[in-house]
Design a protein around this ligand. Structure first.
Ligand SMILES: [Zn+2]
Length: 282
């Protein structure tokens, strides 16, 4: 994908399986199983897409997937699989870990920042991208470092602390322009300080939504919310605001968790709470 003078590419950290009721929240199974066929354990396929943004000056990676620190048992449990995972996908795009200048974590759930760090040959935890600055929101960092009973299963210090120790962590206070063509915008709800990444170049706009809308369906129907959102009704209002903004700015919406990799433009319908996504070929 090209947006003005920037190049955008989805890079996969693999695929896993997630409980259907988690992804579709209050939507009855009779309805969601027509959209996604569950396996015998009621799970559906979920992609771990990260976004590679190449501007004239910088190579930027948005989110880092689950990474390689999970045990074989943990990987088996969620059917996590993929050829070479994130580093293999980056290599296939001709990008070495040393070439990443900026890592942006939309939030710090395990499936979005697990690849921030890795175990080196001596078994030490080190940043996976040795020359990158890693940008995270201050409030998200606080939530991750001091999780509560509901969030502690997905927040892991080993994804962050090595980055802080190496001096590569940069903490953001809200909406921030990081480079000329790329800025982050707080899109709260999935987590209190979840951020989406906006690319603006040559009069064109794209936004990597991350978990504000896992699948296009979550954007097309405002009331469809995952069971994972920390503040579901805040997500609802974020999506309402985002939908208006996306239509007004003709922004390309990029989705991270759909198994086929999805992006498209949003259009209004005759109902204020429904939208229609016109997909574009990736
Ligand atoms: Zn996620």
């Amino acid at each position: 994908m090209r947006v003005g003078n920037t190049s955008l590419r989805l890079v996969s950290d693999g695929e896993y399986r997630l409980d259907g009721a988690g992804l579709f929240g209050l939507m009855p199974k009779t309805e969601w199983q027509q959209l996604a066929e569950p396996d015998e354990q009621n799970r559906i396929r979920i992609q771990l897409h990260c976004l590679l943004i190449e501007t004239a000056a910088q190579t930027i990676l948005v989110d880092t997937g689950y990474g390689d620190k999970l045990s074989a048992q943990e990987r088996d449990l969620m059917c996590l699989q993929g050829d070479g995972r994130l580093l293999g996908s980056l290599a296939a795009s001709g990008v070495a870990p040393e070439e990443i200048d900026v890592v942006i974590n939309t939030h710090l759930h395990g499936d979005h920042c697990g690849g921030n760090t890795r175990l080196n040959e001596r078994g030490e935890l080190v940043p996976t991208f040795p020359n990158a600055l890693y940008y995270v929101q201050r409030l998200e960092l606080a939530e991750a470092m001091f999780p509560n009973e509901r969030t502690r299963g997905t927040y892991h210090r080993e994804n962050i602390e090595p980055v802080e120790r190496s001096g590569q962590l940069r903490v953001l206070w809200g909406d921030t322009r990081l480079v000329d063509e790329v800025r982050v915008m707080i899109t709260p709800g999935h987590t209190a300080a979840h951020q989406s990444v906006v690319v603006e170049s040559g009069g064109e706009t794209a936004v990597f939504l991350a978990d504000t809308a896992h699948w296009p369906l979550h954007m097309e129907r405002l009331e469809v919310l995952t069971a994972y959102d920390a503040q579901p009704l805040v997500t609802l209002e974020t999506k309402r605001r985002l939908a208006r903004w996306a239509i007004e700015h003709k922004a390309l919406l990029i989705f991270n968790h759909h198994p086929d990799g999805m992006a498209g433009y949003l259009y209004p319908t005759d109902r204020p709470d429904r939208f229609r996504l016109e997909p574009v070929a990736l």
